[in-house]
Each structure stands twice: as structure tokens, then as C-alpha cells.
Design a protein. Structure first.
Ligand code: NAD
Length: 252
């Protein structure tokens, strides 16, 4: 059976990197994109190759939609050179940033940055890459538990993620005819660099969030990487148009 090729945005660190490692252990090959972390992404390519998988790393700024056509050309070239194929099998729209600001103090610049990275970027990147996504492929968007649970200070961030959740349902409907299934994963609080590493580094915040989960702890990257691998697996082939929260039972 041929390998599945999964393209993950923002894969130089955090959840994207972790998902790449899980997917490699499940036998997938990877196209990683990095924004600022070229050295980290190239080191990850080495780790994936050591696991016996093929992988490439390509630069991408998801806030720069004018660059998407050139990025698609780079993906096309990588598919041809590395896999002798003209399509890949799954897209994970993972890249994102955390911006904390009270609603009354959120600036237009902060809003624009969030909308460009977390809503406009995934919308047009997915549109641009669609001709390269195989029929019966998969799209997995990354949202947040905060799209459902209103935590003061995240109005703009959560609004963009809410948008990606709605977009998920529309893409599932419009792409279902090609056999492409589209889901969105909503992580709870996870220990990564996200938001300046606050969940990982601020013990008080960490304990407060842990106390809000049924399992009594915050998440680790493995908790999400494993769930992403599960959702992209063939065994999940009937899971479609769904929001899957992976939070240890947060705010139940
Ligand atoms: P992280 O900060 O460790 O990693 C974010 C990744 O996105 C990095 O690789 C970064 O280079 C990339 N990125 C940022 N701006 C970019 C841009 N303009 N173009 C391309 N790439 C860009 O954070 P993470 O925790 O790994 O977050 C990954 C995703 O998970 C994000 O979409 C985030 O909103 C979501 N999420 C995270 C948490 C959490 O607690 N960590 C919770 C819910 C959802």
C-alpha cells in the first residue's frame, strides 16, 4: 500500500511537530511547513527520516495569501521529486498564534493579524491546495476549546477559531463529492510555546486550568498529536464534518 502524504502547517514546533512524529510512527510521510523555524523544521525532517519516513520542509507564511500560488508550486515540485506523485493525502491547518487582549482593548492590528493567520490564511491556502489534494483525502483544521468556552481575553482569537469551525462544515459539504472528509479538532490547554508558553510555564495558571478538567491535568503535545493521527487514519473514515474536542473533559 502506498504511504499517505500529510501536509502540516506550522510544524517546526509544538502541536504541529508532535503530530508529524505521531503520523510518521503510523506510517505517513510528511510535508512540513515552517515560518520562523527553518533549523527546527529541518531537524524534524531528519527525525522523521530516522523513523523510516520521507519528509520535506517548505517555508510558508499563512498570513501572506499572495504567496500561496508559489507555495503550491513548491509542493507540486516536492511531490514530484520526492514521491513521484502529483497529489498529497491530507492537509492539517495547524499554524496559529495566541493573542491575549480584553475585548475593549483589542486593536485593529491584533484583529487583522489573527484573521490573516487563523481564518483568511487557512481559507485561501486550502482553496489553493485543493487541486493537489487527492480524492478521498482529508482536511483537519485546528480550533480551540475557547471557541465554545468564553474565557475573557480571547474574543478575537476565539472568533477566528469559531470561523474555522463553521468553515469545516461547509468544506465537508462541498468536498464530500470527492470523498474528502473534513473535521476540526479543538484542543484544550496544552503545554507548548503557544501564547508565550503560559500554560507550560505559569504554575498557577496551569493548576487553575487543570482543576477545570475532568482528568485533573492540562494537555501535553502527545495528547493532540495522537488524536490528529487517529482522525487522519483510515479507521476514522466515517468521521466527517465533526468538531472533536480533545481537552481531558474541560468545563464539563
Ligand atoms: P506554537 O506556538 O508552539 O506553534 C505554532 C506554530 O505556528 C509554529 O510552528 C509557528 O511557526 C507557526 N506559525 C505562527 N505564525 C505563522 C504564520 N504566519 N505562518 C505560518 N506559520 C506560523 O503553538 P501550538 O500550541 O503548537 O499551536 C498550534 C495550533 O494549536 C494553533 O492553531 C493554536 O491556535 C492551536 N491551539 C493551541 C492550544 C494550546 O494550548 N497550545 C490550545 C488550543 C488550540
Amino acid at each position: 500500500m502506498r504511504s499517505n502524504i500529510v501536509l502540516i502547517t506550522g510544524a517546526s514546533r509544538g502541536l504541529g511537530k508532535n503530530a508529524a512524529l505521531h503520523l510518521a510512527r503510523h506510517g505517513h510521510d510528511l510535508i512540513l511547513t515552517y515560518h520562523s523555524g527553518q533549523a527546527e523544521a529541518e531537524a524534524l525532517v531528519g527525525e522523521l527520516q530516522a523513523l523510516g519516513r520521507q519528509a520535506v520542509a517548505l517555508p510558508l507564511n499563512v498570513a501572506d495569501s499572495a504567496s500561496f500560488d508559489a507555495f503550491a508550486e513548491a509542493v507540486r515540485a516536492a511531490l514530484s521529486e520526492t514521491w513521484q506523485r502529483d497529489s498529497f493525502d491530507a492537509l492539517v491547518n495547524n499554524a496559529g498564534i495566541g493573542v491575549h487582549a480584553a475585548f475593549a482593548e483589542t486593536s485593529e492590528a491584533q484583529f487583522d493579524q489573527l484573521v490573516n493567520i487563523q481564518l483568511k490564511g487557512p481559507f485561501f491556502l486550502t482553496q489553493t491546495l485543493l487541486p493537489l489534494l487527492a480524492d478521498h483525502g482529508r482536511i483537519l483544521n485546528v480550533s480551540t476549546g475557547l471557541a465554545r468556552f468564553a474565557l475573557p481575553g480571547y474574543a478575537a482569537y476565539a472568533a477566528m477559531k469559531g470561523g474555522i469551525e463553521v468553515l469545516t462544515r461547509y468544506l465537508a459539504k462541498e468536498l464530500g463529492g470527492r470523498g474528502i472528509r473534513v473535521n476540526v479538532i479543538a484542543p484544550g490547554a496544552i503545554e507548548t510555546d503557544f501564547g508565550g508558553g503560559a500554560v507550560r510555564d505559569n504554575a498557577q495558571l496551569n493548576a487553575a486550568i487543570a482543576g477545570q478538567t475532568a482528568l485533573g491535568r492540562v494537555g501535553l503535545p502527545d495528547d493532540i498529536g495522537g488524536a490528529i493521527a487517529m482522525l487522519l487514519a483510515e479507521e476514522s473514515g466515517w468521521i466527517n464534518a465533526q468538531r472533536i474536542e480533545v481537552s481531558g473533559g474541560m468545563f464539563v
